[in-house]
Design a protein. Structure first.
Length: 487
């Protein structure tokens, strides 16, 4: 009997010791979140659903950490509203994440849409950690409330977390160093400190993330953002996981890590979770989101807008997702570019850069509100009527095709490519003929990727006497024309 008891006790001690040797860590990953509320008619996403999932994860494993891999402060329609005499400029997002006790964030390119004073205010307000290993201000000093060389300790193991941001965008007040070199430097330092697990949070292209996995195999996993589409790849000699979720928390990734202390073995299981109506909304976060929405709507109403007004009843799914509008025509882009011609009946055709559409959502059949139109293009903008020769128009259309996947992909109306030829209506576009084109003012006043020849400064595109039209009103008018108006 004593022998059996001694054996049982030894077995229990061994089992407990073995269990204690395995540390379990959970990461909840989001990226590219511009909307606090659920999207797709309330069917997907929203911070209130994220909170419900987060509470469940923390209940299962107290060692649960949250990550948002860039792009959160801009752009959104609500962010353009005024509160206490200032643009909200992401203030609503920071407040909600603070209440959710968020953990980690990195700079995305859209954080730098904000003016520098606004960004600094948001950074001061953040109660979560912003990791920036390759981003400094214009004086090569760290931005407020940012950190690098970041590590956490969990049950006796160390986790190094690095944050890197792409650099191929314009910003006047930040110096962004080479992301790959910054990552290599940080990983080398973490290795010298005998860090057990190294995690990279990134905001860059999927190609750059894959290259990071190949070039720096010491990184154990890469949680990225930027594309607005979900990815789960295994790349490099060590099959490093590279993951990205869909924008606006339509999906999130749950990463469950198991680290065995005795051997240093790390297992990672990643699951993409669809944040649909099967996940209840947390009441407290939902109420906080509604509070900020009400503040924004009150601001819009003071400016003469009526965000709650229903302008028409749609009968179609209108796709404004970024992956769609930057690569092909959709029901929404067709509606908008047709609206350009409605606004300028004298126009032969219309052109718009796909990046003008920022809603990154699918408008569902049913009521369309004025706020939905604001979400389509939160920065507003105008439309101009210009003239250009057919040769310039053809050059623009060809370049628009080459820009597929970017905001400079061109959407158009009354134009068709037939084989190698471009047609306007039924007729082939003539290189020496002058055409009148209703066009996004942005393209002719500021230019876009590889489309600089369309700017007035280049002399190939000429102004007409027709006054500019407001994008917002043009789109509202076209929705009313296409669908039954409620007025």
């Amino acid at each position: 009997m004593l022998l059996r008891f001694t054996f049982l006790l030894s077995f229990l001690i061994f089992s407990y010791t073995s269990m204690a040797q395995v540390v379990k860590i959970t990461f909840l990953q989001l990226n590219d979140v511009y909307e606090m509320s659920a999207v797709s008619g309330g069917k997907l996403g929203g911070f209130a659903r994220v909170q419900t999932l987060l509470d469940s994860l923390k209940k299962d494993n107290p060692n649960t950490f949250t990550v948002l891999a860039g792009d959160m402060l801009s752009p959104s329609a609500i962010g353009t509203a005024t509160y206490q005499g200032e643009k909200m400029a992401g203030r609503q997002m920071v407040d909600v994440l603070n209440v959710m006790n968020w953990d980690y964030f990195i700079f995305g390119n859209h954080e730098f849409d904000l003016k520098e004073p606004d960004l600094r205010k948001r950074l001061d307000e953040m109660k979560f950690t912003l990791i920036a290993d390759n981003v400094l201000d214009s004086e090569n000093k760290p931005f407020p409330n940012t950190t690098k060389q970041f590590k956490i300790e969990v049950e006796g193991i160390s986790i190094g977390i690095l944050g890197i941001t792409l650099r191929n965008f314009k910003t006047s007040y930040a110096n962004i160093s080479d992301p790959l070199q910054a990552a290599k430097k940080e990983v080398e330092r973490l290795q010298k400190e005998k860090t057990d697990i190294i995690v990279a949070i990134t905001h860059q292209s999927i190609e750059s993330d894959v290259n990071l996995a190949v070039e720096v195999p010491e990184i154990d996993m890469i949680m990225g953002g930027h594309e607005h589409e979900n990815y789960h790849l295994l790349r490099g000699d060590h099959y490093t996981p590279v993951t990205k979720a869909d924008a606006n928390a339509k999906t999130v990734f749950i990463h469950q890590l198991e680290y065995r202390k005795s051997s240093g073995e790390l297992k990672i299981h990643s699951q993409l979770v669809f944040m649909d109506e099967s996940i209840p909304e947390d009441p407290a976060i939902k109420a906080l989101v509604q509070k900020w929405t009400d503040i924004a709507f009150a601001s819009f109403e003071k400016q003469g807008y009526h965000p709650r007004d229903i302008i028409c009843i749609s009968t179609d799914v209108l796709d404004g997702s970024e992956s769609a509008v930057r690569s092909r025509s959709t029901g929404l882009t067709d509606l908008i570019t047709a609206g350009f011609i409605t606004a300028y009946p004298q126009a032969d055709a219309s052109l718009m850069n796909g990046g003008s559409i920022r809603i990154d959502d699918k408008l569902q059949p049913g009521p369309i509100s004025e706020y939905d139109i604001m979400r389509i293009s939160p920065f507003g903008g105008d439309i101009s009527l210009v003239s250009m020769e057919g040769s310039t128009l053809i050059r623009a259309l060809e370049q628009g095709l080459k820009n597929e996947g970017t905001g400079a992909f061109l959407q158009y109306s009354n134009i068709l490519k037939s084989g190698a030829k471009w047609k306007l209506g039924e007729d082939e576009i003539q290189p020496e003929k002058e055409y009148r084109i209703a066009i996004s003012s942005y393209l002719v006043e500021k230019g876009d990727q590889n489309l600089g020849f369309l700017t007035y400064d280049e002399g190939l595109v000429k102004k007409t006497d027709a006054p500019k039209k407001e994008f917002f009103q043009v789109v509202i008018n076209q929705f009313k024309k296409q669908y039954s108006s409620t007025n």
